[in-house]
Design a protein around this ligand. Sequence first.
Ligand code: PLP
Length: 426
Amino acid sequence: MSKPFKLETLCVQAGWSPKKGEPRVLPIYQSTTFKYDTSEQMARLFDLEDSGYFYTRLQNPTNDAVAAKIAALEGGVAAMLTSSGQAANFYALFNICQAGDHFVCSSAIYGGTFNLFGVTMKKLGIDVTFVNPDDSEETIGAAFRPNTKALFGETISNPSLDVLDIEKFARIAHSHGVPLIVDNTFPTPINCRPFEWGADIVVHSTTKYMDGHATSVGGAVVDSGKFDWEANAEKFPGLCTPDESYHGLTYTRSFGPLAYITKATAQLMRDLGSIQSPMNAFLLNMGLETLHLRMPQHCRNAQRIAEYLSGHEKVAWVNYCGLPDNKYYELARKYMPNGSCGVISFGLKGGREVSIRFMDALKLAAIVTHVADARTCVLHPASHTHRQLSDEQLLEAGVRPDLIRFSVGIENADDLIDDIRQALES
Ligand code: PLP
């Protein structure tokens, strides 16, 4: 779809433009495999000399249409859907890191990502240094080593809700010749497009706002196509030297700005799988069609609730970057002038036990592991998602033991506030 279209139009129409007599709605290509007329045609696909579908573990037309929509929304050149956000984060890094390599990562990230990077990827020989994202460029820069291959951060961290200074992170990454990878799950491209601020790769847990209805786990990796891999060729041999598993083809030479995403698809998906199912991609597309309508309502409701909680005598603290006294208010205004996301966090006077009793008393807001859903939901990370982290790691990730993560849905804000009021009083 051509450039001038606005986000709202892209949400509804990008990725799927049916031709004469084709279905108006993106079809689910529920097929593992695709037919060719000659053996030669098929061979050319395996040599990456022709583009086309052959096996859904690598690519599927439903997935590709949805990936194209997400790429258009982010302003990237191409995207790849994955089976989960975890897979997206893993692929985004594993595409350019191998055993013996290292990357630098903001410590304010989702607990599952923290585990993936700090424990599982270490077992593969890929080392990570976690840095405080609010530290100076010099301090963060000191974490880089000759074998560092990327810098990673979350636009709005889950659950600490820190706002990433994307331009600062991009400067640090680029001055060390590596790409900045940003997990843009919470604001979505409706509220922030990290490529416009210098990020090179964007990842998503599409499980969250993009799907928005809590039906499908999924992820996406989006390539801006802007990072100059060849200028730092010695750091990225996987992209800039021949791939023996593709008859000596060199991704940067054969695919130019599509080198990174082509390698991720042709090599990592081929070898590791983790494709999103076409059915889930179809459901994700339905979610994307209303993303531009849902995000502003999430933000409006969250703002109202954050303000209500701030004025309540039983509330010890509220963390939402839309509140003027928030540490990240100015950064949020810069990077997300139309609103950030619907997730807020707060603690109650009386601490951890009181917080848990409050959650049990809520009626509209459901206790679920999920976040960023059309329905309001609530979680106590220290007891749930982050229970594998030590107290020290919890604090490093910005998670207080009494922190309640409140994911504000798109219901009526008055009803949600009534529910909170009765739970606080009970
Ligand atoms: N990134 C962020 C910011 C998340 O919040 C999550 C999950 O909560 C993930 C990645 C992982 O995504 P998934 O649960 O789809 O694997």
